[in-house]
Ligand binder design. Sequence first.
Ligand SMILES: [Zn+2]
Length: 277
Amino acid sequence: MKTISHLAIKLCGHSAVLLLLLTFLISCASVPVTERKGLHLVPDSEIATMSYDEYNKVLKKSKLSTDTAKVNMVRRVGQRIAAASEELLRESGRGADITNYKWEFNLIEDDKTVNAWCMPGGKIAVYTGLLPITQDDNGLAVVMSHEVSHAIAKHGNERMSQGLLAQLGAVGLSLALSTSPGVTSDIFMQAYGAGTQVGFLLPYSRIHEAEADHIGLILMAKAGYDPHGAIALWQRMSAKGGSRSPEFLSTHPAPESRIRNIEAEIPEAMKYYKARR
Ligand SMILES: [Zn+2]
């Protein structure tokens, strides 16, 4: 991509339009399941590397759970969802993407934090405060599938790309990406740096949330978890709201509207669930 951007700059020193067109042509990829086109300007490998560094910092600062049963549950569910994700990517012609994920699942000992997240590249954290709400493997699969879906739909790349575009404009962006890679790491830190340290990430857009719910249902079904469990899980999460809202709720749309959409998507997910049985 950098080579093409360079070429574009040389070709059209006086034609920002052509450059803009080229930038978009080479950086729009579609999202699995929904096939929506997203703007992905930053190389995924670059984001993954930044993600691994940040994830390791979080792990160093956090107290990891030593409850073997709970840790095993997080890894068991996570591995099944990761395998289903790779299957989905392969089946939809995105097999080359799989190298961008180095799956890792950790349970952070923090009973007050009702949350879980997956950074780009497949680095996942679950907080012990989430487990009373997820209750069992199926409930945990709902939340982890949702988070993994943000990663395989490359919502982080899209958010970074939008941030870069807003700050620099198309021409400035092409120049910045080809001459000063530090720009992308600044944007990455804005999106993920501070958030992971305090247990939340910046909220995704409503489009991203709806998409993560939809893909998440299919992932959990492919992994062998009943997608109907999603309704009960989000109802339990919603009931936990009130005086002290779970972190997860503060960065996500109201459960009521999500539940309606999820109900409409369950029949599609059930096809994958039945195909496995
Ligand atoms: Zn989400």
